[in-house]
Design a protein around this ligand. Structure first.
Ligand SMILES: Nc1nc2c(ncn2[C@@H]2O[C@H](COP(=O)(O)OP(=O)(O)OP(=O)(O)O)[C@@H](O)[C@H]2O)c(=O)[nH]1
Ligand SMILES: [Mg+2]
Length: 295
């Protein structure tokens, strides 16, 4: 069978996680309109008639402002290195920038066939996309090009077919039925973080982490205690909102999704805690699952 690892790489907010969810046809990675939403390497397993593709979502590569960002970039760089096919996702609605040049110079993508995915073509002008493509054609003449609208699944079947063509013959890496390598606690934390991010603006999202303090699996409904970590008292106030309205809303939306994930009734209790500068603390980065683990 054709099989292997396919890293989905690119700048933040270009649609990498939307592509992962689209090809797997299930939501395994959270998506928001905020940059730097994904903070971990998240595998999604696609099973075809005679193929198994492990799509690997990665954090968007960016200029880091804290140790967290450095860890995130390192995850993306190492994923590119360890893959059988690389997918570089480009926001087709934006012109080629210095940041793109930086990314091409720093990403080691020569080890495997490369697919350039021009995503968000629904937002782009045809002549601008052509201009963008001619720049990439010159820089990466060996790569394969495809246009997508990931949130509408436009051309994602074609993307899967192209990946299958480029993958080597290999083993069935995941013989079971699982669709992701991440456990339920990780997914619960991510669901809560997604709901927090979706209600916040500006810089606060980058300061948020979520920690599951306790899960009573045997209870009915399942009791979950989780903490939303922020960096400043002012952010705590923002997350809680006037009369606790925002935290209530976050809790309600998160509970609905967690119940869908677990297929059980859930009682979710959320706490908000301040931990100043956790994004620069090795110990806390480790505790929150953001330390780059070598395979
Ligand atoms: N219009 C349009 N929006 C899209 C498309 N693909 C993704 N989006 C939106 O773009 C935003 C970012 O999508 P994500 O999938 O979270 O992007 P990402 O590259 O994973 O971002 P990071 O995790 O921050 O690196 C979300 O609001 C998506 O709904 C597309 O093809 N067209
Ligand atoms: Mg993402």
């Amino acid at each position: 069978m054709k099989s292997g690892f396919v890293a989905i790489l690119g700048h933040p907010n270009v649609g990498k996680s939307t592509i992962l969810n689209g090809v797997i046809n299930r939501k395994v990675s959270i998506v928001t309109d905020k940059s730097q939403t994904t903070r971990n390497i998240i595998r999604g397993i696609y099973r075809g008639d005679d193929s198994q593709i492990i799509f690997v979502d990665t954090p968007g590569i960016h200029k880091p402002h804290a140790k967290l960002g450095e860890e995130m970039n390192a995850m993306a760089y190492s994923s590119a290195h360890e893959s059988d096919v690389n997918i570089l996702v480009i926001d087709a609605s934006r012109p080629f920038s210095e940041g793109d040049e930086f990314l091409l110079n720093h990403l080691d993508i020569n080890n495997a066939p490369l697919i350039l995915v021009f995503n968000k073509i629904d937002l782009a002008r045809i002549d601008e996309v052509e201009k963008l493509k001619s720049i990439y054609r010159e820089k990466l003449p060996e790569s394969h090009f495809i246009d997508t609208v990931a949130n509408e699944r436009f051309n994602l079947e074609e993307l899967i077919a192209l990946v299958e063509k480029l993958l080597p013959e290999g083993p069935e890496y995941y013989p079971g039925q699982e669709i992701t390598d991440k456990d339920e606690i990780f997914q619960i934390k991510e669901i809560i973080r997604e709901k927090v991010l979706k209600t916040l603006r500006d810089e606060v999202p980058h300061s948020i982490a979520v920690y599951v303090d306790n899960i009573a699996w045997e209870d009915n409904p399942i009791h979950i205690h989780a903490s939303i970590i922020v960096e400043k008292d002012s952010q705590k106030g923002i997350v809680i909102g006037a009369n606790g309205k925002r935290i209530k809303d976050i809790g309600l939306k998160a509970r609905r999704d967690i119940e869908k994930l677990l297929n059980k009734h859930v009682y979710l209790k959320l706490f908000v805690k301040v931990q100043s500068d956790w994004r620069n603390s090795d110990e806390l980065l480790e505790a929150y699952g953001y330390k780059n683990k070598k395979r």
